[in-house]
Design a protein around this ligand. Structure first.
Ligand code: FAD
Ligand code: NAI
Length: 479
């Protein structure tokens, strides 16, 4: 006997659980399947984001920033502390507690919205017209196999870390994100392959706690996804913090013995280099999770990257099958997955939602934080666009000086003819929060003049955002 639902979601990450909640709000009977289990076997909904991604990384980054503040900056405020020590197992324990609370919160939301949750591995089984039968193989503390019948299936199975060829993750010496977030002591020599978002966040975190961090990046330019001026400032700041970053490298071999890991690579000049680390994180991107779904047997089409192929509305090639988040094209970000989950549920209900990739904000939670939305200057140049830019440094912002963090700047880009905002790029304190001004501006088709004429509270970091907008017209007031 099948349990019958209007909508079944496979995966309870930020894409899947939001899709399930929105579908339930719209009046559908909904089930959500997730295979993840906690150490004690209880369900661990929330996906990569909750368990081994966004939330735990930000918990540890916060702890390490407090440590750094206590060790190096509190004295500037006249606060004397005789000695500062970090208890890594306690820090990891705090992070684990936050993860557990978030898992519980999602289980509560399922209950509140009358969503039936199945702990197990979901797979497509058969199709009867436009209805699907799915199987759930139990995981964790679940014992029963289940068969579900669904009018609509939303696949939200996320992604997994990509390993280097011939260097599988052992989470002992060669670590993925899960291993990097669970270390019980600070490695002395800490290597990271890939100076992308995970590499920079993990590098900053463990460097603040005392590790000697070396990042090995394949691309010739550092942080080429960001605006050039931001990437340049970031490189300067990270170097000053003590991060060693080598770009243009080519990893040739990774070898582990029972105490360390040896990396053999060619540097940007082609010279052979050998370096030894106590731990090596490999953060070179992620691959979509489609194995075990029985995708091939039912004819679910994948693209050349192995992601589920979908149209602009997240419709897969099979009737009533949808896919969202990291398992499809587009940026691998929790908020992108959430927006797609919301939109698919509304589309199933006959509504016409829209997810605009141009207004998705990007944030890197280093110190200083880096955030951007819309186009960057090198993209506009390549397009031959006629644009103007305005920049304002946090050094000239009163709140930043009061806080004691004046690193970085705000930079707006706007169309030279219409003054419409094209992009906002920030490196500096609270960039992750300030970036929303740019998201709203682009969403509402605002001009830089609109931003410049909005009354911003004083003293706030947001005044730097207003001043950078004034700078487009050469009218900064505080510089
Ligand atoms: P996931 O979160 O990966 O969830 C997929 C779920 O599906 C998992 O729970 C998995 O167990 C389950 N599943 C898979 N296959 C099956 C199956 N066959 N049956 C049942 N269940 C299945 N993004 C941000 O926006 N901000 C950040 O700060 C951020 N930090 C990150 C830090 C790290 C270290 C990492 C690794 C990622 C980070 N991300 C961040 C990215 C973010 O975690 C992902 O983009 C997001 O989790 C994708 O959501 P999703 O719902 O598509 O998939
Ligand atoms: P990434 O795409 O951000 O960075 C990977 C880096 O590795 C790139 O710079 C790439 O050039 C480099 N690289 C690739 N192959 C290499 C090789 N063989 N040798 C050396 N360098 C190599 O991917 P990352 O950091 O693994 O993160 C995965 C995903 O998780 C990202 O898509 C990101 O969006 C998401 N994430 C988001 C965060 C946030 O929003 N703050 C935080 C952490 C992850």
């Amino acid at each position: 006997m099948s349990d019958v639902f209007d909508v079944v979601v496979i995966g309870a990450g930020p894409g899947g659980y939001i899709a399930a909640i929105r579908a339930a709000q719209l009046g559908f009977s909904v089930a959500c399947i997730d295979q993840a289990a906690r150490r004690d076997g209880k369900p661990a909904p929330g996906g990569t984001c909750t368990n081994v991604g966004c939330i735990p990384s930000k918990a540890l980054l916060q702890s390490s920033e407090h440590f750094d503040m206590a060790r190096r900056h509190l004295s500037e405020h006249g606060i004397a502390i005789k000695s500062v020590a970090i208890d890594i197992p306690a820090m990891i324990g705090r992070k684990d507690k936050i993860v557990g609370q978030t898992n519980d919160g999602i289980l509560y939301l399922f209950k509140k919205n009358k969503i039936r949750f199945y702990q197990g591995r979901g797979a497509f089984s058969t199709r009867d017209g436009n209805r699907w039968t799915l199987t759930v193989a139990p995981t964790g503390i679940a014992k029963e196999t289940a068969t579900l019948s669904a009018q609509h299936v939303i696949v939200a199975t996320g992604s997994s870390p990509r390993a280097l060829p011939n260097a599988p993750f052992d989470n002992q010496y060669v670590l993925d994100n899960e291993g990097a977030l669970a270390m019980q002591s600070v490695p002395k020599r800490f290597g990271i392959v890939g100076a992308g978002v995970i590499g920079l966040e993990m590098g900053s975190l463990w460097q603040r706690l005392g590790a000697e961090v070396t990042l090995l990046e394949a691309l010739p330019d550092f942080l080429s996804v960001a605006d050039d001026a931001v990437a340049k400032e970031a490189a300067k700041q990270f170097k000053a913090q003590g991060l060693t970053i080598h770009t243009g490298i080519n990893i040739e071999e990774v070898k582990t013995n029972d105490k360390e890991v040896k990396v053999h690579y060619r540097d940007s000049k082609g010279a052979e280099q050998n370096v030894v680390f106590d731990k090596l994180v490999v953060s070179i991107g992620r691959v979509p999770n489609t194995q075990g779904l029985n995708a091939e047997a039912v004819g679910l089409k994948l693209d050349e990257r192995g992601a589920i192929e979908v149209d602009d509305c997240c419709r897969a090639n099979l009737p009533n099958v949808w896919a969202i988040g990291d398992v499809v094209r587009g940026p691998m970000l929790a908020h992108k997955a959430e927006e797609e989950g919301n939109a698919v549920a509304e589309r199933i209900a006959g509504q016409k939602p829209h997810v605009d990739f141009n207004t998705i904000p990007y944030v890197i939670y280093t110190s200083p934080e880096i955030a951007w939305v819309g186009k960057n200057e090198q993209q506009l140049k390549a397009e031959g666009a006629d644009y103007r830019s305005g920049r304002f440094p946090f050094m000239a912002n009163g709140r930043a000086r009061a806080m004691g963090d004046t690193r970085g700047f705000v930079k707006w880009l706007a169309d030279a003819q219409t003054d419409c905002v094209l992009g906002l790029h920030i490196i500096g304190p609270c960039a992750s929060e300030l970036i929303m001004e740019g998201v709203i501006a682009i969403e509402f088709g605002a001009s830089s003049e609109d931003i410049a004429r909005i009354c911003h509270a004083h003293p706030t970091l947001a005044e730097a955002v207003k001043e950078a907008a004034l700078a487009i017209d050469g009218r900064t007031l505080n510089l």
